[in-house]
Ligand binder design. Structure first.
Ligand code: UT7
Length: 336
């Protein structure tokens, strides 16, 4: 098998139309626009209509990536969906996406790593390109967080939103693509961010519903501290291992969990404001979708040039932590 690089060659996204603003939340729980903006940086988030499954968002984002690239769903070999809000326990969201797209040749699976779902999926998908096993891999980060949020719990309901982002991976033509990655899981952190109900330990019952076990439970302070520390450690050790310093980074595209986490990371890495992508004010924390959505915005805003070094980074429930370095080679259009 030949070893080659895996490059991101197309992007797509889907965001529900319905906006849930901080003012809307002020009506639901005891909170204020000032508190939410000051503590998180979030001004609004998108929310699906009830009954919309994650696969619908994921398929729409993937379809845009295919359309922009000018290829058909039949050209896809593998579909990986990073999500913690699958439509159902099984079949996987990837199966539902494959069917919606009509990707007749593809196989696929879901990857459960919470907010690291996209970063991990990007690394996993890249392996199949690098090994020469596949030519085209769809990597999707998608979550309908509103399906597992208690809109009476002010500690969580102000943070999360719904959305999906997708990228297409193909073999690099030159030196662009994945340079390296650094991933870590630390299971002791599971107690600080989790959803206990509906799994094999606590199957759905009247009791689990009564106990609110089908909602996100979070100790925000613990997660915040871990996120700031581990994001710095993961990104700096990855950069050092690959022979770079933070100065070499053209753009940090990090998980959008809290504006203060992004600012603390920027400070610690010594990056100027213009090297950090922020769109949390518009979409909140969409879990596995934040990074492809931020990449999409960076491209819309023309913040990436060929040859730029992108640092992707995320920390989430698990705990999970991950970062990857990509040399940007530009999007490919039809025929390239
Ligand atoms: O992507 C998944 C990973 N998750 C994260 O990265 C989340 C990381 N954590 C955070 O983003 C922050 O911890 C939060 C935004 C969740 C909370 O911010 P904080 O600055 O850590 O607040 P806190 O939990 O320490 O609470 C401070 C105060 C408390 O009141 P007292 O005890 O000081 O009287 C809370 O009850 O703020 C209160 N509070 C609120 N007040 C108004 C908590 N939530 C709200 C709210 N509105 N929505």
């Amino acid at each position: 098998m030949t070893l080659r690089r895996a490059a991101i060659t197309s992007v797509g996204r889907f965001l529900p139309e319905k906006v849930l603003s901080n003012q809307d939340l002020e009506v639901l729980v005891e909170t204020s626009n000032d508190w939410i903006v000051g503590r998180t940086g979030i001004r609004e988030r998108r929310i699906v209509e009830e009954g919309t499954g994650t696969s619908e968002l994921a398929a729409a984002a993937a379809q845009e990536a295919l359309d922009r690239r000018g290829i058909s769903a039949d050209d896809i070999d593998l579909i990986i969906v990073g999500t913690v809000t699958p439509d159902m326990m099984f079949p996987s969201t990837a199966c539902l996406v494959q069917d919606k797209l009509g990707a007749s040749r593809a196989w696929g699976f879901d990857l459960s790593a919470a907010c690291c779902g996209f970063v991990y999926s990007l690394t996993v998908g890249s392996q199949f390109i690098m090994s020469g096993a596949h030519e085209r891999v769809l990597v999707i980060g998608a979550d309908v967080m509103s399906s597992i949020i208690d809109y009476r719990d002010r500690a969580t309901c102000v943070i999360f939103g719904d959305g999906a982002g997708a990228v297409l991976l193909e073999a690099a033509n030159g030196d662009e693509g994945l340079i390296g990655y650094q991933h870590k899981i630390e299971g002791h952190g599971g107690q600080y961010l989790y959803m206990p109900g509906g799994g094999s330990q606590h199957p759905a019952s009247a009791n689990t519903v009564e106990q609110k076990m089908h909602y996100v439970h979070q100790d925000g302070r613990q997660v915040f501290k871990y996120a700031v520390r581990r994001t710095y450690e993961t990104t700096t050790s990855l950069l050092a291992r690959e022979g770079f310093t933070p100065d070499d980074v053209s753009l940090l595209i990090a998980h959008q969990a809290n504006m203060r986490i992004l600012d603390a990371t920027r400070d610690r890495l010594g990056l100027p404001e213009e090297k950090v992508v922020k769109n949390i004010h518009k979409f909140g924390n969409t879990t596995a979708a934040t990074i492809p959505l931020a990449l999409y915005d960076a491209l819309e805003d023309r913040r990436l040039d060929k040859g730029d070094l992108i640092l992707f980074s995320s920390v989430g429930a698990g705990f999970t932590a991950g970062a990857s370095l990509f040399r940007w080679g530009g999007l490919r259009s039809s025929g390239e």
